[in-house]
Design a protein around this ligand. Structure first.
Ligand SMILES: Cc1ncc(COP(=O)(O)O)c(C=O)c1O
Length: 421
């Protein structure tokens, strides 16, 4: 209660002089003013169009139940469809029995399991890197890596569409931050050129952009890396499992394994769990292991989650047919949406946005689809520019043709009803 806006506005019984009590009262009001002024969520809720924090009551991989109603899940990041695989569930149960429900501490002190170490060894091998470091979330991986590496004499260059965890990570570091427009190579080159030669330089990009679904142009980025001596960091959250011959992500996709200094990943997508990792040269990984605050000052991934990722990695490596099925589903949806008349932007991956445009129409579209039994995610400003609101849809290896046909039928029906195409 003490931190709520309501608490802030109740006047304290204070023994202080009226003027200092009044000043303190006003200062506290000021802190919470932004909360009182924030009405957007309440208004959207009142209009029955609030699409966030939907309580899922039951999940069955490709479909879920919300409010007792079945919804086809076309808005998750469960690309490999592994969250309900019996082999994964068995591995998670066995880890629960052996290690308990949580580690109650950071890996640095008392929360490191042999399972974490095994996972790191297997990830390094899978990614073709010297070493890996496992964090508790993908978000923390970016914070912990960028925050630890960027010193006062360094400059980091970030794409404006990079994920929030990169944008936040660079703010935690002490370096200079330069932002260039999405894939604006001329601007990036100008910025690199203007930077004094003696400063450390890093370019940080998403491997697959999470709202657009396009793949980073690593041939250009690795050329710039060579020319300007910049380190290259690639966040492969949406790439691992999905692209590359073995599913090792963006560098493998472009045939450029070994030309990226640090590759980051998350376990909350293809790996059907939670957690994240960073791979690179041993000397860098060991520095991070001993200096990364997000790693050292936060509790480690719980046992069942680590066991899930170990099993998921084994399945991803042994069953390439899953990736083939994911791509078959993705192509079907891309073609289906295009033939309805939608603009799906530059996507090249299972993230398939359908561009709607105005905010209100996007929320109405989302709601009509939701009521018809299709779960999608509306993406609105500030995540995208005004007037380019979209529904982000995404696909899994385990979606059936019948489920995907249902999604296409409902999208087409709603689009016609709302006059969107
Ligand atoms: C590109 C990218 N990086 C990092 C993250 C954060 O990962 P996590 O949700 O596992 O913390 C996400 C999550 O959506 C992402 O899309």
């Amino acid at each position: 209660m003490a931190n709520t806006p309501q608490a802030a506005v109740s006047r304290p019984a204070s023994a202080e002089s009226p003027s200092s009590a009044e000043t303190a009262f006003r200062a506290r009001l000021e802190i919470f003013e932004k909360c009182r002024a924030f009405t957007r969520a309440r208004e959207t809720r009142e209009a029955g169009l609030y699409p966030y924090f939907m309580p899922i009551e039951e999940s069955h991989d490709t479909y879920v139940f919300i409010d007792g109603q079945k919804k086809i899940m076309a808005g998750s990041n469960n690309y490999m469809g592994l969250t309900h695989d019996p082999r994964i569930l068995e591995a998670a149960h066995a880890a629960l029995d052996k290690y308990g429900s949580g580690n109650t501490g950071s890996r640095f002190l008392n929360g490191n399991l042999d399972l974490h170490d095994r996972l790191e060894a297997e990830l390094a091998d899978f990614m073709g890197a010297e070493e890996a470091l496992v964090f508790s979330t993908g978000y923390q991986t970016n914070l912990g890596t960028l925050g630890a590496l960027l010193g006062r004499n360094d400059t980091v260059f970030v794409d404006k569409l990079d994920h929030a965890s990169i944008q936040d990570g660079v703010r935690l570091g002490h370096g200079r931050v330069q932002r260039y427009g999405h894939n604006d190579w001329a601007a990036l080159r100008r910025m690199l050129e203007a930077e004094p030669a003696e400063r450390g330089k890093m370019i940080a990009v998403d491997g697959v952009y999470s709202m657009e679904g396009d793949i980073a142009d690593l041939p250009t980025l690795t050329r710039l890396r060579e020319e300007y001596g910049a380190a290259l960091l690639v966040d492969d959250a949406h790439a691992i499992g999905v692209i590359g011959e073995t599913g090792a992500g963006t560098a493998e996709h472009w045939g450029l394994t070994g030309n990226v200094d640090l590759t980051l990943g998350t376990f909350s997508k293809s790996f059907a769990s939670i957690g994240g990792f960073c791979v690179g040269d041993s000397v860098v990984i060991d520095y991070l292991r001993n200096n990364s605050r997000a790693l050292i000052f936060s509790a480690s991934m719980p046992p069942a989650s680590v066991a899930t990722v170990l099993k998921a990695l084994e399945i991803i490596r042994e069953e390439p047919e899953r990736r083939e099925r994911l791509w078959k589903n993705t192509r079907k949806m891309m073609e289906g949406f295009r033939s309805i008349g939608f603009d799906i932007g530059p996507t090249e991956t299972p993230i398939v946005p359908i561009l709607i445009g105005p905010l209100e129409k996007t929320f109405l579209f989302w709601r009509a689809l939701f009521d018809a039994g299709v779960f999608t995610n509306p993406v609105v400003p500030p995540a995208v520019p005004d007037g380019s609101c979209r529904l982000r849809t995404s696909y899994m290896a385990t979606h059936t043709d019948e489920q995907l046909d249902f999604v296409l039928e409902q999208v087409e029906r709603v689009a016609k009803e709302l006059d969107v195409v």
